[in-house]
Design a protein around this ligand. Sequence first.
Ligand SMILES: CC(C)(COP(=O)(O)OP(=O)(O)OC[C@H]1O[C@@H](n2cnc3c(N)ncnc32)[C@H](O)[C@@H]1OP(=O)(O)O)[C@@H](O)C(=O)NCCC(=O)NCCS
Length: 164
Amino acid sequence: MRNKCQSDKIKNFVLRQALTSDSADILEWRNDRDSRSASIDQKKISQSDHERWFCQVLKGGEKLCFIGENTDGKIGIVRFEAVGKKVWEVSINLNPKFRHLGWGEFLLGEAGRYFLNMDSSPRILRATVKDENFASRRIFEKCGYIFDRKSGRNLFFQYVGKRG
Ligand SMILES: CC(C)(COP(=O)(O)OP(=O)(O)OC[C@H]1O[C@@H](n2cnc3c(N)ncnc32)[C@H](O)[C@@H]1OP(=O)(O)O)[C@@H](O)C(=O)NCCC(=O)NCCS
């Protein structure tokens, strides 16, 4: 299965900004059981809360979302949300159908490079990962994020953005 990701990812992969037509998929993935248990806020997101948030995403600016897809469908989403001057919180959520196949590392890497190259201002990327979320910890580390500190069950990673 991992080999499938390896061979298809380069051939068919496209990264693009999220569109209105992605809204229902993003909410469904977010409310998936594994995704909720990996989230800091584990409650189910209501349609109305999601729509309010997604409206801001579509306007761009301080909340940006990228969708990775290939000919088999939408692979997942990477979100970047401004949390301070130059600092952006990054998170990733795969379509459940694409989990555990190696796509997480690839999508996170592609989205990070794209985001850092969007403009020339220096950016620091920050990620918060639950200590028991080994797959997520691993992909952030493999994409160059450095462990910063631990607080309770949360591990904080940082990537001081280099473009290119
Ligand atoms: C977390 C997520 C992004 C990981 O992406 P993925 O492509 O499914 O990751 P994989 O299962 O292929 O695992 C990635 C790596 O972690 C390793 N890993 C997975 N589970 C592990 C475990 N329990 N212990 C140790 N390592 C583990 C894998 O071996 C792999 O390492 P490798 O590339 O060196 O072989 C994805 O599963 C997802 O979207 N989950 C739900 C939402 C979520 O948790 N988001 C992150 C919030 S911080």
